[in-house]
Design a protein around this ligand. Structure first.
Ligand SMILES: Cc1cc2nc3c(=O)[nH]c(=O)nc-3n(C[C@H](O)[C@H](O)[C@H](O)COP(=O)(O)OP(=O)(O)OC[C@H]3O[C@@H](n4cnc5c(N)ncnc54)[C@H](O)[C@@H]3O)c2cc1C
Length: 373
């Protein structure tokens, strides 16, 4: 029996779920959402583990944004748990405040200081790169070599298996440097987690009479009896084209959870280990979710190469990968009935709010197209 849909949406992460909801709700379109994983929510998927602790299955997802449009949209599907994300770095045998701020500088000096002294010292330490071309130049131009080596160099090498000099300036440039005592991990005006978790929020987004969700389903294996007019594709763009131009580089990750019979393991939600161990960071999301429990679960993150059987978590922001991506982007532009949206389909190191904004913008374009049909 033929099953007919207006849209096939490949991927039940932010990009796919938001577009399916908009198309179904505002344009009355019938959507089939498929994901080859056995759950919705893409990389933002969270779940309660065997000890009853809510964990983020694919690394911590700290929602933050400056966009009221994105907050207004998502607030239809969730309430929020306000949180200030706090991160420490473990190096030289102690915890350091991070991102770099006046407290970090005082720790370094071993005495109290002022913003003026910090600014004057950084002015001396900074190296002169008026237009930083890569992440090394970026950090050296912001804080100089001492802090670059303490906090950035080896962390970046572990995370990306590339030297910071081989990565776009934006990779390390994402991390703020402050000369006041603001020790928040990120600077956006809105910082909160969905109150009941990401997966619960996605369940509501996708709960629509015109949306059908099929999990553990690769779109390429759908039977020929499934028909659709248009496709929204949120997977890897090189895979869509059977790697015809070559393989884009991605970074993968191994997440190693451990449950401990104590209330907390570490003094903050996230501790980075730039210069010790093989893992990059230890995340104890309970600090952020505010969950009360006598036990805790931590997750250690081991970056690894991407390959068969592994998830592609991060596009690699670098000049060589961008060049290759452009070839795929040129092909994608020719497609009449496929829209490429999201982190993997546009090969961009986007945060969740940016992907939601992108999906909402794509929807507006599709609305225009549909109106002209
Ligand atoms: C470790 C880690 C930490 C992060 N931390 C943060 C953070 O703190 N804050 C933040 O804002 N962002 C964070 N992000 C980024 C965030 O995960 C992404 O911005 C967001 O999830 C992208 O949504 P998406 O829909 O584009 O992609 P995804 O969530 O990757 O969804 C794409 C889906 O498509 C499915 N798919 C692919 N190919 C096929 C196919 N052939 N058939 C069927 N299904 C297919 C995949 O299984 C996947 O579920 C983090 C990402 C990672 C990896």
């Amino acid at each position: 029996m033929v099953e007919k849909f207006d849209y096939l949406v490949v991927g039940a992460g932010f990009a796919g779920a938001v577009l399916a909801e908009r198309l179904a709700e505002e344009l009355g379109k019938k959507c089939l959402v498929v994901d080859r994983r056995d759950h919705i929510a893409g990389n933002a998927y969270d779940k309660v583990d065997a000890s009853g602790i809510l964990i983020h299955a694919y690394g911590p997802h700290y929602f933050r944004t400056n966009s009221t449009r994105v907050v207004d949209y998502l607030s239809r599907f969730t309430q929020w748990h306000q949180v200030t994300y706090r991160v420490l770095v473990w190096t030289d045998g102690k915890y350091w405040q991070f991102p770099i701020n006046l407290n970090t500088f005082e720790q370094y000096l071993g005495r109290s200081s002022t913003s003026e002294e910090m600014e004057a010292t950084l002015a001396k330490w900074r190296e002169n790169f008026p237009n930083p071309k890569n992440s090394e130049e970026m950090v050296l131009s912001q804080v100089g070599r001492k802090f670059y080596e303490m906090f950035f160099q080896n962390y970046t090498r572990k995370q990306w298996k590339r030297d910071p000099s081989e990565l776009d300036a934006s990779v390390c440039g994402r991390i703020p440097v402050r000369t006041n005592r603001d020790d928040r991990f990120v600077s956006e005006t809105f910082q909160a987690l969905p109150r009941d978790g990401y997966t619960a929020m996605f369940r509501k987004i996708l709960d629509h009479p015109r949306i059908t969700v099929r999990l553990s389903t690769d779109y390429r294996e759908l039977p020929p009896t499934v028909k659709y007019d248009r496709m929204i594709y949120t997977g890897m763009i090189d895979e869509f084209y059977d790697f015809s131009e070559g393989r884009l580089p991605y970074r993968s990750m191994r997440f190693e959870p451990e449950t401990l019979a104590r209330e907390f393991f570490q003094p903050a939600m996230q501790v980075n280990y730039p210069n010790d161990h093989e893992f990059t960071r230890v995340v104890e999301i309970k600090h952020a979710t505010g969950q009360k429990s006598p036990v805790t679960t931590i997750v250690r993150e081991y970056p690894q190469d991407f390959g068969p059987g592994k998830e592609a978590y991060y596009p690699v922001p670098a000049p060589d990968s961008r060049q290759l991506y452009e070839k795929y982007a040129a092909k994608a532009k020719q497609e009449k009935n496929v829209v490429f949206v999201g982190r993997l389909a546009t090969y961009r190191y986007y945060n969740m709010d940016q992907v939601v904004a992108m999906a909402l913008t794509e929807f507006e374009k599709l609305k225009g197209t549909e109106a002209n049909n």
